[in-house]
Write a protein that binds this ligand. Structure first.
Ligand SMILES: Cc1cc2nc3c(=O)[nH]c(=O)nc-3n(C[C@H](O)[C@H](O)[C@H](O)COP(=O)(O)O)c2cc1C
Length: 333
């Protein structure tokens, strides 16, 4: 059964005494009265306290270190479209809203968004900036706008009493946001496709972290109890520390290191997945010699824990010449 779209009404201010909560309530009540074809929920940034962006990797990488980011990502991912209710601060979007947006990427992309702005001059400069920002994230910004004046639409500049003409503008905005969100729902990738993309990003994460010789970045990709059947002895590397020790040793061999992966294929289950491909470590050794490396077969087994995929087992091998038991290291994929 197709689910109706869920639309989040995001309050863009957290200031004590903010007017944003009144405006969001008005949007929510109107939406609930008029529309049975979507679910609406107010998203209050006070319920999702986020420090100034403190993730080490840009959101585009899709790998979040902090619990507060994962919680925020789950919240945003659960909606198909948004109405952003924004005031204008110094001719711009409030920092708290910009910060909350900057935390994520894929969770916003391809979703519909409409803007309800308010301020002395209707908050139009904030709305314009927000539109540009959302479009950059790949969101589908709808054209109808609701623009509320602090003078005309707030009694004594405090109590929200919007003019009647704003109701029809809001209805038009909701029409567009709901229609686009429903289209997106119909075309949304399945959980399997989302997981597969995540696993591919995970393997890309190995490539990036190796090139940067970033042991902490690598640590984030493995389960703490990882069992690794790596190419070099011993027979197995058990636990994250052993696995990282192995990578640390590689970093001492190489002044500059690169890792290339080809022909990666992934099969994904509910909370277990595997991927296999060919990998080649190359670079410049400590003494300046450049090495092309050899292609190996690599298999990654991943486990989903608390919504995040981690490598629980990996295996690296080269084919053996069965006559003399020696590895064949000059094959190309
Ligand atoms: C720091 C700050 C800067 C502001 N700058 C502008 C502005 O540039 N343009 C405008 O129309 N209103 C401006 N205002 C007025 C706000 O639009 C108004 O206070 C509004 O109620 C703020 O939204 P909030 O109550 O939800 O926080 C500013 C308010 C604050 C607190």
């Amino acid at each position: 059964m197709t689910r109706i779209p869920r639309i989040g009404i995001l309050i863009g201010s957290t200031r004590p005494g903010r007017k944003g909560a009144q405006v969001a309530r008005w949007v929510h009540e109107r939406a609930a009265i008029r529309r049975a074809d979507a679910e609406f929920e107010v998203i209050d940034l006070l319920d999702h306290p986020l420090p100034h962006l403190d993730e080490p990797l840009p959101a585009l990488a899709g790998r979040y270190e902090h619990e507060h980011t994962r919680e925020w990502a789950d919240t945003v991912a659960g909606f198909d479209g948004f109405v952003m209710v924004t005031p204008e601060y110094n001719a711009a979007v409030p920092g708290v809203l910009k910060n909350a947006i900057d935390y994520l990427h894929a969770e916003w992309a391809h979703k519909a968004v409409g803007f309800v702005s308010y301020g002395i001059g209707g908050g139009t400069r904030a709305a314009r900036q927000l539109r540009a920002l959302c479009e950059l994230l790949g969101m589908g910004a709808v054209s109808p706008l609701v623009s509320l004046s602090l003078h005309a639409d707030f009694k004594d500049r405090a109590v929200f009493e919007p003019g009647d003409h704003h109701v029809s503008a809001l209805d038009a905005l909701l029409d567009h946001v709901v229609a686009r969100s429903a289209d997106r729902r119909a075309a949304a990738p399945t959980q399997r496709e989302t997981d597969e993309a995540e696993i591919r990003r995970h393997v890309d994460g190995i490539v990036d972290a190796l090139r940067a010789k970033d042991l902490e970045g690598l640590r984030r990709l493995y389960a703490t109890d990882v069992v690794s059947f790596d190419a070099d002895p011993p027979l197995q590397h058990v636990g994250i520390d052993a696995k990282l020790k192995n990578w640390a040793r590689v970093f001492t061999y190489f002044k500059e290191v690169a890792y290339e992966v080809r022909d990666l294929r992934a099969e994904v289950g509910d909370d277990l997945a595997y991927a296999h491909g060919f990998g080649r470590l190359s670079g410049t050794l400590a003494d300046g010699t450049s090495v092309r490396g050899m292609w190996v077969r690599a298999t990654f087994c991943l486990r989903k824990t608390d919504g995040a995929w981690l490598i629980a087992h990996d295996q690296v091998s080269v084919p053996l010449d069965i006559r003399d038991g020696k590895g064949v290291v000059d094959l190309e994929p």
